[in-house]
Design a protein. Structure first.
Length: 60
């Protein structure tokens, strides 16, 4: 899901992530902050960028 948002917009913001998951804002932000902490994403302003897009290979 993060990979899809990253491909569509080049990054993921909390609002788009929240809408895609259909959860509350607090939970969406907690999940994104967790991804930042473990190194899947990095935060730049209000956006979260994939650190290495190759970690999530595209399905064929």
């Amino acid at each position: 899901m993060i990979r899809e948002l990253d491909q569509e917009r080049g990054s993921t913001c909390a609002a788009d992530f929240r809408d895609r998951l259909n959860v509350g804002r607090k939970l969406a932000i907690q999940i994104l902050e967790y991804f930042d902490r473990i190194g899947f994403t990095r935060r730049r302003g209000n956006d979260h960028l994939l650190r290495d897009a190759l970690l999530f290979p595209q399905k064929e």
